[in-house]
Design a protein around this ligand. Structure first.
Ligand code: NCD
Length: 326
């Protein structure tokens, strides 16, 4: 089976580090490619040779279930040799390790490097240090998670037929969420109106500069929305207590059937996972008819195939040794 890439404009970037680097055209290009893969993934024959001979390393300094496995499946479906390197973040000194890691990786000559790290900006640093290799940000600290935003956009676009003009509420721990940041950037670029809903302790200062509407009251924030995107409390990024208790958080900021009824009747319920049921979302809603949480996981594979393929198209085959001092 040939690559669907032939149908699309080339993707002009050497890496995918964040949505902030992309134009609306770049985002649409990746979504169109991903949509083509989503169609093909529904067919029985899912193995392709597009990345045959390419080596993909998944380097995860933070734990992950769906993102890592989704990148692994995506690479394997495209025929790449995929290797998973999981590094316990607690046992490494960040700066030193990243540079050491870059030296090690250069010796292994990967073509595609998928990186998750707890430090915002760490993935970009690695991209600058690793020779002739395409780097994908699979989540850096509270900064960006571009493939999550792309899979969310694809899920919405396939369900609603468009993104332009939709009203999307992103609710919960906005302050620590790279998912929120990447989604705000991509949804704004694609013409959606974004409401962010959180208590003051979980709302970044100056968030309104990102062009969003800010709500402290959840009922008001979700009213009339086409999409409600819930976020997990990112306790691993908090020092101290940002909410009085999980029970109280659910009372004021949890998505239950009553709050969902304030949105449009056909509103979509989304969550990037992992979900904390009873903390930010009620099970009845998470498993209900308006939930597209499983679609998000499915679209994750298609989006990652599109990204890996688009970046591999830009790789110069063979020589991946960067000039000294670069
Ligand atoms: C998100 C992440 O890791 O940023 N999850 C994911 O990628 N599926 C959100 C989260 O951890 O809550």
């Amino acid at each position: 089976m040939t690559s669907p890439a032939a149908e699309f404009d080339p993707f002009s970037k050497p890496h995918l580090l964040g949505i902030s680097d992309l134009s609306a055209f770049d985002i649409e290009n990746l979504l169109d490619r991903a949509n083509a893969w989503a169609e093909r993934n529904a067919l029985p024959d899912n193995k392709h040779a597009i990345l045959r001979g390419r080596t993909q390393i998944n380097l995860f300094f933070e734990s992950s279930t769906r993102t890592q496995s989704s990148f692994e499946i995506a690479g394997k479906r495209l025929g790449a040799d995929v290797m998973n390197m999981s590094v316990a973040s607690s046992s490494v000194k960040k700066g030193e390790t990243l540079l050491d890691t870059a030296v090690t990786l250069n010796a292994m000559r990967p073509d595609l490097l998928v990186v998750r790290h707890s430090g915002s900006g760490a993935v970009e640093l690695l991209a600058r240090k690793v020779a002739n290799c395409a780097v994908v940000n699979a989540g850096d600290g509270s900064h960006e998670h571009p493939t999550q935003a792309l899979l969310d956009a694809l899920t919405i676009r396939r369900r609603k037929g468009r993104i332009q003009g939709l009203k999307v509420a992103i609710c919960g721990d906005i302050a620590h969420s790279r998912v929120a940041r990447s989604n705000i950037l991509s949804l704004a670029a694609l013409g959606a109106q974004v409401n962010v809903v959180a208590p003051s302790t979980l709302m970044p200062t100056a968030i309104d500069r990102m062009g969003v509407n800010v709500f402290r009251n959840m009922d008001e924030g979700v009213e009339g929305c086409d999409v409600i995107m819930m976020l997990r409390l990112q306790r691993e990024r908090m020092s101290g207590a940002f909410v009085p208790s999980s029970r109280e958080f659910f009372h004021y900021y949890g998505l239950d059937s009553r709050r969902l009824a304030l949105a449009k009747p056909d509103a979509l319920v989304m969550h990037p996972g992992p979900m904390n049921r009873g903390v930010e979302i009620d099970s009845v809603v998470a498993d209900g008819t308006q939930s597209v949480i499983r679609d998000q996981v499915e679209m994750g594979v298609a989006v990652r195939m599109a990204v890996l393929e688009a970046l591999a198209d830009n790789l110069h085959g063979g020589d991946n040794v960067k000039a000294a001092g670069a």
